[in-house]
Design a protein. Structure first.
Lengths: 111, 113
C-alpha cells in the first residue's frame, strides 16, 4: 500500500519553461512534506519542504504547493534549467518522524 | 557543520558472502539514523531506523540486519547475501526537531553476483 505516490515516472520540459512535479498521499496523519533531488549514483539532496499548516512555500525557482483537502502536493520549477535534470522524490513525515518516499519522477530539461 | 559519511561507494559481492556497510555522522549528537534501499526503477524503501544506541527498528522482513554500536555510527549487515539484495543503499540522519529534513550519504551501489 503506497502512502505516497508519484504517478508520473518521467517528465520532459523545454529549458526556460515551467516543470510541475506531482505527488499524492493517502495518510492524513502526514504533517510535513519534502522534496528531494537525486542524481545517479548519489544520495538525495533536500530541496524544499512545507508544513501541513501552509499551502505554499517558495525558495528561488522552486515552489511547493500543498492541497490538504485533495491530499496533493506539487513542485514547480520556474524557469527550468538543464541542470535540474534529475530524479525528484516527494516524501512525507508523520508523528514518528519517519519519511515515506514516493517512487520518484525523472525530470529531463531539454536545452 | 554536520556531515554524513557512507562507505564503500561500490561493492560487488558473491551470493552467500557477508556484508557490512558503515555510516557515520559528524557534527551532531543523538541523531535519528536510517538505512534506505533504492532498487532499480523504484523509490526509496526504508529498511531500518534507529533513535538511539542499540535501538533498531526494522520496517521490512529481509535478509539484512542493522546495528548502532555508537551514537553516530550505523551499520548494515548480512550474513549471507542473496541476488535480490542488489541495489543502491543509502544512509540518512535527521535531528530531533519536528520539522527537520533528512540528510543522506552518497550511497553504496551493491551488486550481488
Amino acid at each position: 500500500d503506497q502512502q505516497v505516490k508519484q504517478n508520473s515516472p518521467s517528465l520532459s520540459v523545454q529549458e526556460g519553461r515551467i516543470s510541475i512535479l506531482n505527488c499524492d498521499y493517502t495518510n492524513s496523519m502526514f504533517d510535513y512534506f519534502l522534496w528531494y533531488k537525486k542524481y545517479p549514483a548519489e544520495g538525495p539532496t533536500f530541496l524544499i519542504s512545507i508544513s501541513s499548516i501552509k499551502d505554499k512555500n517558495e525558495d528561488g525557482r522552486f515552489t511547493v504547493f500543498l492541497n490538504k483537502s485533495a491530499k496533493h502536493l506539487s513542485l514547480h520549477i520556474v524557469p527550468s534549467q538543464p541542470g535540474d535534470s534529475a530524479v525528484y522524490f516527494c516524501a512525507a513525515r508523520d508523528w514518528s518522524r519517519q519519511l515515506t518516499f514516493g517512487s520518484g519522477t525523472q525530470l529531463t530539461v531539454l536545452p | 557543520s554536520q556531515t554524513i559519511h557512507q562507505w564503500p561507494a561500490t561493492l560487488v559481492q558473491p551470493v552467500g558472502s557477508p556484508l557490512s556497510l558503515e555510516c557515520t555522522v559528524e557534527g551532531t549528537s543523538n541523531p535519528n539514523l536510517y538505512w534506505y534501499r533504492q532498487a532499480a526503477g523504484r523509490g526509496l524503501q526504508l529498511l531500518f531506523y534507529s533513535v538511539g544506541i542499540g535501538q533498531i527498528s526494522s520496517e521490512v522482513p529481509q535478509n539484512l540486519s542493522a546495528s548502532r554500536p555508537q551514537d553516530r555510527q550505523f551499520i548494515l549487515s548480512s550474513k549471507k547475501l542473496l541476488l535480490s539484495d542488489s541495489g543502491f543503499y543509502l544512509c540518512a540522519w535527521t535531528g530531533q526537531g519536528v520539522m527537520t529534513e533528512a540528510f543522506f550519504g552518497q550511497g553504496t551501489r551493491l551488486t550481488v553476483v
